[in-house]
Design a protein around this ligand. Structure first.
Ligand code: ATP
Ligand code: MG
Ligand code: FE
Length: 344
């Protein structure tokens, strides 16, 4: 099926077009620069930017794919979770297209779309698989038996998301927003064992209650204290070393828990998605440590890890292919759509 997918849950206006597992277009307009001076995404600014970018981004995607809107078999759109006002823009646009073209609409879960996108790069999803979604708003371990039916949450962050930690630590180190890619780059010339930062929720006691959960706010505080102590002593902060040591702590916990979850559940495939999956150390560490256990790791290329429309189209195509019931034309945007609801 030829499916057009729309994503507006945060600060990226994404429109993707796929035919089955083949990616035809992935047009993304980001308002990230407009948020940079605030150090985080400002919901009102994001909604307005989506409104301005929506129609041109749809046109650009159709042009790149070489298809006309009439050719599309179904429309998929992120219905949640995400920023309410931002989601509303995408859902309204998708409804207009579905109504105007007389085609079915699928309001899909943003997290399930982050999982489904991998099939555009590596072919049919391994099911069951253990999905680790790590982004600015989420850090979750999920068991996926059928991505079109539902996913079972095994654990999640109890405070900051992994990407949020990257962004906050980058700010402490004077690096621009969003900080993930800057820390990644700075870390390449630093020492990952320079500072032994804490690994959240890994003590024996924490593991009893939070075996598959994450906590990154203590790590962020530890980095802040370390940097402050250096500054108070009038000594320069070794940015590359702190970035590398911080990144090592985040990746170590993520990989350890993902492998523990996969092993416990008897799952042989791990799929990593979300913006933090673009991190070079995370990709290398996960692949290396998983290989020792006979577990395969799949991570889409960085451009497909951050928010985009192709991931929504990919999940939409899978829903059509597996004969799932579309959403009603009056489907709501649901800012807190649970991960167990794949189609709204
Ligand atoms: P949501 O959480 O709803 O999916 P989001 O905008 O945070 O929304 P993404 O676009 O998937 O989602 O991820 C953005 C996050 O990924 C930011 O926190 C950013 O710092 C982080 N990120 C991007 N590239 C890297 C990288 N190379 N290393 C670490 N973090 C990265
Ligand atoms: Mg984003
Ligand atoms: Fe996302």
């Amino acid at each position: 099926p030829l499916v057009l997918g729309i994503e507006t849950s945060c600060d990226e206006t994404g429109v993707g077009i796929v035919r089955g597992h083949t990616l035809l277009a992935d047009a993304v307009a980001s308002s990230v620069d407009e948020h940079a001076r605030f150090g985080g995404v400002v919901p009102e600014v994001a909604s307005r930017a989506h409104l301005e970018a929506m129609v041109p981004t749809i046109e650009r995607a159709c042009e790149t794919a070489g298809v006309r809107l009439d050719d599309v078999d179904a429309i998929a759109v992120t219905s949640g979770p995400g920023l309410a006002g931002a989601l509303l823009v995408g859902v309204a646009a998708a409804k207009a297209l579905a109504l105007g073209l007389g085609k079915p609409i699928y309001g899909v879960n943003h997290l399930a779309a982050h999982v489904a996108v991998d099939q555009l790069e590596h072919g049919p999803l391994p099911e069951p698989c253990l999905a680790m979604l790590v982004s600015g708003g989420h850090s979750s371990l999920l068991e996926v038996d059928d991505v079109t039916v539902g996913v079972e949450p095994l654990g999640a962050t109890i405070d900051d998301a992994a990407g949020e930690a990257f962004d906050k630590v980058a700010r402490l180190l004077g690096l621009p927003f969003p900080g993930g890619p800057h820390i990644d780059r700075a870390a390449t010339s630093g020492s990952s064992v320079y500072v032994d930062f804490p690994r959240g929720l890994t003590s024996r006691k924490d593991l009893e209650r939070h075996r598959f959960d994450f906590s990154f706010s203590g790590l962020k505080t530890a980095v802040a204290r370390w940097v402050e102590a250096r500054e108070r002593a009038g000594e320069p902060v070794p940015v590359a070393d702190v970035a590398a040591s911080f990144q090592e702590a985040v990746c170590d916990v993520l990989v350890r828990k993902a492998l523990d979850a996969a092993t416990t559940r008897g799952i042989e495939d791990i799929l990593i998605g979300g913006g933090v999956a673009a991190n070079s150390r995370l990709r290398a560490m996960a692949t290396e440590r998983a290989a020792d256990l006979g577990i395969r790791v799949r991570v889409p290329r960085p451009g497909l890890c951050t928010d985009n429309g192709a991931m929504v189209a990919a999940l939409g195509a899978e829903l059509v292919a597996r004969g799932r019931t579309p959403s009603a034309l009056d489907l709501p945007a649901d800012s807190s759509q649970p991960i167990t609801t794949v189609v709204a």
